[in-house]
Design a protein around this ligand. Structure first.
Ligand code: AMP
Length: 420
């Protein structure tokens, strides 16, 4: 029988690479945590209707890419294709917006699922870290989130991440722009499906990646030229704050992003070392989303950064994160008595907060020392019968090869001193 493979479009995270993923998640979340965002976790699946109403009936994410299922009880569920709608649903359900302490600031981290055509940087199961600020309309909040994301990329040492930014207007100015865009698009040579899209969500046509479509869009009207005064001012303030914080950005008047719910500020972080899947993260303001899923008016803003692609960006820039070794001490027993003593020492070390491992499986000295080297530990604890007869074990510095005796009942104290 052949062995099983991970499903198409997915991959497994295993050591040592998995440590890089954890570190990236941590690095993305750290700035948000420092800014008062609290951790949230929502289910991996939700009612299909939440996504079709929230993310939008006209998006590829909903129409083509959702993993849906009918439960035995007859519920129509979907594996979550993105995080924002679920987080907003959770905040509304728990009435967090009624606590009188707006905005509600939340961050999250998890797996998302889209039935996409797999390619480098595009998977059917991928990982995002997200942050949402719910219930406040304030350009400083948009700026805060963008700065937090930019700082996360910088903290990882990335220098090739570019920020693209646009405003999509609001319910005052977008309708007139939408109509002007529809007029323009209806005159183009487009396929059936795209023609339908013009009627449902014409902004999404601007996002069409096909050359044949892009060629025809050169003279399409731009939202920038249709923004109402409040939207224009809002946009200006966001940009001024980014500039004040030293965050560079490029104006992208065509940036609309794939989901229906965005209003005003929209942004995307791209990396040029990733080929066609260049977006490492993105987000924006979604003032109408709460009402779309049955909640009160709650202007909000957020982002989701892709963990997989951030790792690819690190690789593209040749950045090796400096990660702490998983093991500080590696114990190598020679003989049964030594096994007993060193196993006890390893347990005591771990309880004292020292990362320690043990040569399991009754390996010979040579093999065990190889494992000790491979573990990345700084010291090996080695003991044979002669050592134990003298009441000591040998503490060996694995970098220099120097070694000396340590009394058995002083192992924890001595090791902690040497590691400090
Ligand atoms: P989106 O919700 O589409 O704006 O995605 C936000 C971020 O998640 C993107 O910028 C990517 O970094 C990441 N992402 C989205 N879809 C995928 C996918 N299929 N595979 C890997 N990463 C993805």
């Amino acid at each position: 029988m052949s062995t099983f493979q991970a499903p198409k479009g997915t991959y497994d995270l295993l050591p040592p690479d998995s440590a890089v993923y954890l570190a990236v998640r941590e690095a993305i979340a750290a700035p948000a945590r420092r800014a008062g965002y609290g951790y949230t976790e929502t289910p991996g699946f939700e009612k299909v209707e939440l996504f079709s109403r929230g993310v939008g009936e006209s998006t590829d994410v909903v129409t083509k890419e959702m993993y849906t299922l009918t439960t035995r009880g007859g519920d129509e569920l979907a594996l979550r294709p993105e995080g924002t709608v679920s987080v907003l649903r959770a905040a509304l359900q728990a009435n967090l917006h009624k606590s009188g302490n707006l905005p509600v600031k939340l961050w999250y981290s998890g797996s998302y699922y889209r039935y996409e055509r797999p390619q480098a940087g595009r998977y059917r199961h991928f990982s995002q870290v997200g942050a949402e600020a719910i219930g406040a309309e304030d350009p400083a909040l948009d700026a805060e989130l963008i700065i937090l994301a930019a700082d996360a990329y910088s903290a990882l040492g990335l220098t090739g991440v570019r920020l693209l930014i646009n405003s999509l207007g609001d319910r005052e100015c977008r309708p007139a722009y939408r109509a002007a865009l529809q007029d323009y698009l209806r005159g183009l040579d487009l396929d059936e499906e795209t023609r339908r899209r013009i009627e449902i969500n014409p902004l999404r046509v601007l996002d069409d990646k096909r050359e044949s479509v892009q060629k025809q869009l050169a003279d399409a009207p731009l939202i920038r030229d249709h923004l109402c005064e409040p939207c224009r001012l809002y946009d200006e303030q966001v940009r001024a704050m980014l500039t004040g914080a030293g965050v560079n950005f490029t104006d992208d008047p065509r940036l609309v992003r794939g989901l229906d719910y965005y209003t005003r500020t929209t942004f995307e972080f791209v990396h040029d070392g990733l080929g066609s899947q260049s977006a490492v993260g993105g987000g924006g303001r979604y003032d109408g989303l709460s009402e779309m899923i049955g909640g009160p008016s709650l202007p909000s803003v957020g982002w989701a950064l892709g963990v997989d692609r951030t790792v690819l960006a690190l690789r593209a820039e040749g950045i090796e994160l400096v990660l702490p070794p998983t093991t500080d001490i590696y114990a190598v027993p020679l003989g049964d008595q030594a096994r007993e003593v060193l196993f006890g020492a390893v347990t005591a070390l771990r309880r004292a907060g020292v990362a320690a491992d043990f040569a399991f499986g009754g390996k010979g000295m040579k093999n065990a020392m190889k494992s000790a080297d491979r573990s990345g530990a700084r010291f090996a604890l080695v003991a044979g019968e002669r050592d134990l007869a003298e009441g000591v074990v040998q503490l060996k510095d694995l970098a220099t090869g120097e070694q000396g005796p340590v009394a058995v009942d002083e192992i924890v104290v001595t090791v902690k001193e040497r590691l400090a």
